[in-house]
Design a protein around this ligand. Sequence first.
Ligand code: GLU
Length: 295
Amino acid sequence: MTATFRFAPSPNGRLHLGHALSALLNQDMARALGGKVLLRIEDIDTARCTPELVTAMLEDLDWIGFAAEPPHRRQSEHFADYDAALTRLKSMGLVYDAFLTRTEIRQAVALREASGTPWPRDPDGAPLYPGDAALLTADQIEARRRGGEPFAVRLDMSRAVQMAGPSLRWQETGCGPAGETGEVPADPAAWGDVILARKDTPTSYHLSVVIDDALQGVSHVVRGQDLFHATAVHRLLQTLLQLPVPVYHHHRLIADADGRKLSKSAGDTGLADLRAAGWTAADVRARIGLGKSSA
Ligand code: GLU
C-alpha cells in the first residue's frame, strides 16, 4: 500500500510559517517513504473560507515548493459524505439535537463557578457542553424543536465511549505537548459531547476530518501539536464507524519572536509577506528547521 499523507489547511486566513512546516514535513515524510501527499481544503465554514483565500493559499504553497498530487479535495463539495456518517451514528443512537445557545452555556458556567465549583473543561480550555437536559425541561426542548429553533448535533459521549470500549489508542510517531509518544491512550471523554454538525454547517471539523482521511486512504496524519488531543475524538469516531486507523505524527509548533503561537493574522510570519520581503523558499525551510529539499 502506498503511504498516503495529506496537508489539510482551512483557508480562513493567509498561510504562515506554521502551515509551511506542516505542508513541507508531510511532503518530506511522504518522499522518504516513497509515498504521496494530498492536499485537502478544509472549507466547511463557507462564510469564512473565500475563493480568494483558496487561490492565495495555492499560490503560497506553490511558492514554498509544496506539490500535492491532484485532485485536491474540497470539503464543501462533500457534505453528503459527512451526512451519511452522521445518519449512521444517529441510527446507532449516539447523537442528539442540542438547542442550548452560547449565552445559556456561558451563564450556566458563570453561575456554577461563582459558587466556587469549577466547570469541567476540554483540553483546549473550553467548558464542556452541559447537555440540554441539564438546563431545560423536556417541554422546553420540545417547544424549541416545534418553534424551528436552530440546533447543533452532538455526540452522546458517554454512550459512544461505552460502545467503543475502554482501550482506544493510537500510534504516535511525533509527540504530544507533554512528550507523549509511541502507543498513546486516547481519552475522548475529556472533550464531552462534541459537535458533529453545527447550527450553521451540516458537519464539523471532527466528523469531516475522520471521514475524509478514510475516503482518501490516508495512512499517515502529520499535523501540528495543537491537534494532538483531538486525535482521541478521531479514534473514537473511527472505531464507531469502523474506519481504518492512520498512524499519527504531531509536530512542534512554530512560535513568533515573542514566543506566541502563530495566528493567521500575524503579518510578519505570513508567507505572502515574507515573499514580498524577498525571502526564498530555501529561506523558509531554513527558518522552520527543515534541511534542504530532496526534490
Ligand atoms: N484544517 C485543520 C487546520 O487547519 C487541520 C486538520 C488536520 O490536519 O487534521 O487546523
